[in-house]
Design a protein around this ligand. Sequence first.
Ligand code: GLU
Length: 319
Amino acid sequence: MSYIGRLAPSPTGAQHLGNARTFLVAWLACRQAGGELLLRIEDLDTPRTKLGAAEQAVEDLRWLGLDWDASNHEQSFTVQSNREERYSQILEHLKERNLVYPCTCSRSEVEQAASAPHESVLDGTIYPGTCSHRSSLDAAVLDRSGQKYAWRFRMPSGTHEWSDGLFGTQSLNAKELLGDFVVGRSYGVTAYQLAVVIDDHDFGINHVVRGNDLIFSTYRQNAIYHAMAWSPPAWLHVPLVVGTDGRRLAKRHGDTRLSMYREQGVLPEKMIGYLAETLGLTKDVSSISALELLASLGPNNDWIQRMTRDNIVFDPERH
Ligand code: GLU
């Protein structure tokens, strides 16, 4: 089976050097395998989606020298907000099988009801199951009364196991430690967890390379693949770039937007050189283009196993 990978930026803000590092790994792994790489703009998080950020992400990728292949004949990339019809079709299917239920809990209600000590340790508050007694058919009653709700997916019980291309075997009791999760809203917008699975399946993506902030989402997405009897892709989660406080790179750590470096006249080769060094692909920070870096790796993908499993600390004082 040939390799089909993807780049999936979210236009909720500018892409920063942490995003660039993950894109570089996704690009190198796919291009080295002679695969096809698709671009998808993940713009469903509407309140947070910033105007112009999608175009800027495309420009950032071009600037870095990371190319991709056309996902259909009209456009060189897919935009999630154009695919709502397809997402609703699958959500209907999940409703018919009662694999999802309408949940009327507000965020603060969920937080108050979840009181066990391990809450929020892994990946946010664990939904305590307040609405899980509901059937998907109860949505009709809620619709009539005008009550808002979200669709939650029933996480199957038991231990879930899967294998990560860098971190190896992953296993936990996802029902207890992650809980049922939101896949859609009553006003029609599909949540990330469902949209990403439908897209990856529909476009034949068989290799996903993304940041390890999504490692727990993989349990959720595997549960959806399983429910749909679709085969999940091979997963590879790349350690993040964090600030000196150990937290995921954000505005408070200074301006690390790719557009800022671009505007300041930093050469993309310098950026790729820095990222390659943090990935352990080059011995020192020297300028190198993405294509030169790819050529330097040769045909063997053992560089993936040599990547550090620790997050990378970005210290603005040093750069
Ligand atoms: N759009 C997500 C992000 O920018 C990536 C989602 C994924 O790779 O599954 O973090």
